[in-house]
Ligand binder design. Structure first.
Ligand SMILES: Cc1cc2nc3c(=O)[nH]c(=O)nc-3n(C[C@H](O)[C@H](O)[C@H](O)COP(=O)(O)OP(=O)(O)OC[C@H]3O[C@@H](n4cnc5c(N)ncnc54)[C@H](O)[C@@H]3O)c2cc1C
Length: 479
């Protein structure tokens, strides 16, 4: 470890790497300290099951990375990142053997929703048209002067609505309602909660604007490309270096922490002023997840043909069933039929599995820190829409909340969002400020998904935090 550098970044997740690149691009010397033996945090891949199978340990599908205004400015393709667009972004099967689908094209998606095509087009078309303006607005702290107030208002009114209310008001058929509810469930909020629609709108619009792509070779390729670019800029990374106390770090002018609020409290709580510490202590977790990675002998025998051509599948039946499952989870109860998110990367990327064989990535939402093994419930949901699925399973790798937290200190209790994304915590993440990245400790900034705009692989938390640090203390004028 060097004796001193301009900035130290703790954690090599997408936000830590984005922060390090922003600083290195501004001419700062940067060191990244990562607790794990491998870099990438929530964007990693590994051989979790059998030889020849490559699994995404955390993130798998990347509308937010492909649409990230910051990532777009980086030469990641030069460092090997290649996006693959599955034929269909998302399929949502129903019990009658049909499936509602999200396609890249708004019109085509709308046409498949028969009686709801006009409503779908009316909701999504104008917003999709203004995606570039919108994405800049919502991928930053909520407390800001909007550059595109009219577009933002057009988005904000439906976005603030509970998903069940909006879907039932706009759509008449189960297909469109279920499709909307499934995407909204990415929020981890009960679907009756305000702003649950925002997630359906953002992810749905991203599907129309940039697709729901997967990286060839696995999510690790995103991190590898970020690291390769950081190295070209002169940045350094040290792995197997868990920071237990900020005082252990070498001298620097700024410290950027790609760690959750709870990890920050653990390693620096005693140094924080009591008012700020209390604010962080009142920050609330999202529910957790239970994840299974499968090695399969063949593609999944989905009943609905569309599911055989989709990168992502949402399993949960109709809107009322999904809403009930998410409500249970938020109340600390385990639903018998959980909402399950599935990705089948190897259908579109031959590097993920031996020829003819396949990977499957699946998880369901569970109460925070729940210790239950959810394999049966997950597999029953897959079997419901793909009878014979269990016969294809060669091997499984399971991770519950405890395993996730052991693998990455940011994932306490299995919360993969670094804090609930409810209305209060979207506005004050983790505190109410136009620059919530600053902490009361001089030169110390939070840059993880516990800051705006929150969870997902997009690097925007890191970019905004590093920009704040550059404005405060690292600008080239000072150097
Ligand atoms: C199972 C799962 C599935 C997901 N699916 C998707 C998806 O499909 N698409 C999507 O966009 N997002 C997905 N996400 C969310 C996404 O991965 C995260 O929101 C994103 O990685 C957050 O980035 P980050 O940089 O803030 O933190 P992280 O990616 O969590 O990185 C933080 C890093 O900091 C390190 N660290 C923590 N504490 C310390 C310490 N004290 N000292 C040193 N290092 C430390 C950790 O080891 C880790 O490497 C998923 C997450 C999980 C877990």
């Amino acid at each position: 470890m060097p004796d001193a550098c301009d900035a130290i970044v703790v954690g090599s997740g997408p936000n830590g790497l984005a922060a390090a690149i922003t600083l290195a691009r501004a001419g700062c010397s940067v060191l990244v300290c990562e607790a794990n033996a491998t870099i990438g945090g929530g964007a990693r891949s590994a051989g979790l099951t059998l030889p020849g199978f490559v699994h995404d340990v955390c993130s798998a599908v990347h509308p937010l990375a492909a649409g990230s205004p910051f990532f777009k400015t980086l030469p990641l393709e030069r460092f090997g990142l290649e996006w693959i667009q599955p034929e269909i972004a998302l399929a949502h099967p129903l019990d009658d053997g049909s499936a509602a689908c999200l396609y890249k094209d708004v019109d085509f998606t709308a046409e498949q929703l028969s009686r709801d095509s006009r409503s779908y087009r009316r909701l999504m078309q104008p917003l999709a048209h203004n995606w570039e303006e919108l994405v800049v607005e919502f991928l930053q702290p909520m407390l800001h002067l909007p550059r595109h107030p009219v577009t933002l208002m057009r988005f904000g009114i439906p976005a603030i609505s509970p998903a069940t209310l909006l879907a039932k008001f706009l759509f008449r058929d189960e297909s469109a309602r279920a499709l909307f509810a499934g995407i909204a469930a990415h929020s981890f909020l009960p679907l009756e909660a305000p702003v649950s629609s925002a997630f359906a709108l953002v992810l749905g619009l991203a599907g129309h604007a940039v697709g729901w792509p997967i990286p060839r070779g696995g999510s690790q390729q995103i991190s590898n490309a970020l690291v390769a670019y950081l190295s070209e800029l002169g940045g350094n990374i040290e792995v197997n270096r868990r920071i237990e106390n900020l005082r252990d770090l070498p001298k620097s002018r700024a410290i950027l922490l790609d760690i959750s609020v709870w990890e920050f409290l653990r390693i620096a709580g005693q140094q924080l002023p009591s008012r700020y510490r209390r604010q962080l202590e009142s920050f609330r977790h999202a529910p957790g997840i239970f994840k299974i990675d499968y090695a399969l002998s063949s593609p999944i025998p989905w009943k609905a043909e569309a599911c055989r051509h989709a990168g992502t599948i949402h399993l949960g039946g109709g809107i009322d069933e999904i809403a009930a499952a998410e409500r249970d989870v938020s109340r600390g109860r385990m639903p018998e039929r959980p909402f399950v998110l599935v990705a089948q990367q190897s259908l579109f990327d031959e590097t993920r599995a031996p020829r003819g064989q396949h990977t499957l990535w699946a998880y369901c939402h569970v109460p925070f820190n729940c210790g239950m093994d959810m394999s049966n419930q997950i597999e029953s949901q897959i079997e419901r829409f793909a009878p014979g699925f269990r016969d294809c399973v060669l091997a499984r790798h399971k991770m519950g909340p405890v395993d996730l937290a052991r693998a990455n200190p940011n994932l306490t209790g299995g919360d993969i969002s670094d804090g609930a994304a409810n209305l209060a915590q979207l506005i004050a993440r983790p505190i109410l400020s136009p620059t919530p990245y600053r902490t009361p400790l001089p030169g110390v900034y939070l840059c993880s998904a516990s800051t705006p705009p929150g969870g997902g692989v997009h690097g925007m938390c890191g970019y905004h935090a590093a920009s704040a640090a550059l404005r405060d203390r690292l600008s080239t004028r000072e150097r």
